[in-house]
Design a protein around this ligand. Structure first.
Ligand code: AMP
Ligand code: MN
Ligand code: MN
Length: 324
């Protein structure tokens, strides 16, 4: 039996499942959670979706999102299976770990090459553009109905993780999947409008403050910018609003590596996002700081001030670039 069928058999055998994804849930995480929720519900399985934190406003149009809860609220009822989506490690589930009953089996479905296979059943496909693309294959392998709601959620998952089909994880297969999702009822212009063309003015103001910090090394081959706690205060925004800000340094002509440094208010740590265009493996750089991800998109968290984080992380990026 293929892994897709094995996982579906476990889900169907369960009465109630918990679906979760990595902290600071993104479009792939939430889209995948909601798509799998629909698949399970249609098979008569009860579902709870619980994450470490809130769903960013951008994704609150997705069908079923109103049922998503945060771990601080606990489980509504005991579950007999956990499905972790889009999370490379168990630690990245953060506070959701506190509500997982120790005896419950964990299914781990993910596309990060740094995945630690922490589940009892692991399906990790580092070639897939997104967890959403894996769940499309999952639906096909198990002959599941692709409702317009499921198609919408998977479309959102794939478009966000491929950076609107711009990143190198975009493959012919990705577009074939997208074509089938549109045929199944996903509406591209509507989904793109909700995700990309309804920017709130305070987020745009935050972007203005952040772009003022743009800085460069190696003649512009490394570009980075900061988001500070003070900027959030000034613009009444929070970290949920900055998920795609790393695209700004990364999309400057000549930048081979783009970084975003985000201050996490009150806990003395800096969240670093790394993106690479050329041959620099940012996953390896992030791993040096206890993070990970993909070759061209990765993240980590560094102790200290912004200046300290710049120094530590940029030194590793310079080293990686000079050793090429
Ligand atoms: P981000 O910069 O947070 O958008 O993350 C870039 C990519 O790396 C995403 O696919 C993340 O899921 C992944 N990633 C970020 N942080 C980590 C981490 N600490 N461990 C593993 N993967 C991560
Ligand atoms: Mn993700
Ligand atoms: Mn993903």
């Amino acid at each position: 039996m293929g892994i897709e069928k094995e996982i579906w058999a476990e889900i169907k055998a369960a009465k109630r499942i918990l679906i979760t994804a990595h902290e600071r849930v993104d479009g792939d995480g939430i889209g995948s959670e909601l798509a799998l929720r629909q698949m399970a519900l249609e098979a008569g399985v009860e579902v709870e979706i619980v994450n470490d934190g809130e769903v960013p406003a951008t994704y609150r149009f997705l069908p079923g999102v109103e049922t998503v809860r945060v771990a601080a609220g606990g489980l509504e009822k005991p579950v007999d299976l956990v499905v972790s989506l889009d999370s490379a490690t168990r630690q990245r589930l953060r506070s959701v770990n506190d509500i997982i009953q120790p005896e419950v089996r964990i299914v781990n479905i993910d596309h990060h090459i740094s995945n630690t296979n922490f589940g009892d059943l692991n399906w990790v496909d580092g070639e897939a553009s997104s967890t959403g693309e894996m769940l499309f294959a999952f639906a096909r392998a198990n002959d599941l109905n692709l409702s317009p709601e499921i198609a919408t959620c998977l479309y959102a998952a794939i478009i966000t993780d491929t950076g609107r089909f711009c990143y190198s994880n975009t493959q012919p297969k990705t577009h074939r999947v997208i074509a089938e999702l549109i045929e199944a009822g996903a509406r591209p212009s509507e989904i793109s409008r909700r995700i990309y063309r309804e920017e709130r003015l305070n987020v745009l103001n935050l972007k203005r403050l952040a772009t003022a910090t743009l800085d460069f090394r190696l003649n512009g081959a490394i570009a980075w910018m900061d988001v500070t706690a003070d900027m959030h205060r000034q613009t009444e925004t929070d970290y949920l609003d900055t998920q795609d800000f790393v695209d700004i340094p990364k999309s400057i002509k000549g930048a081979k590596v783009g970084l975003l440094f985000r201050e996490i208010a009150g806990d003395g740590r800096i969240r670093v996002s790394l993106r690479s265009e050329g041959h620099v493996d940012v996953n390896r750089i992030a791993e040096k700081f206890g993070g990970g991800g993909h070759i061209r998109a990765a993240g980590c968290t560094v102790e200290g001030t912004l200046a300290e984080a710049h120094e530590k992380v940029l030194a590793e990026v310079v080293k990686a670039m000079e050793s090429q």
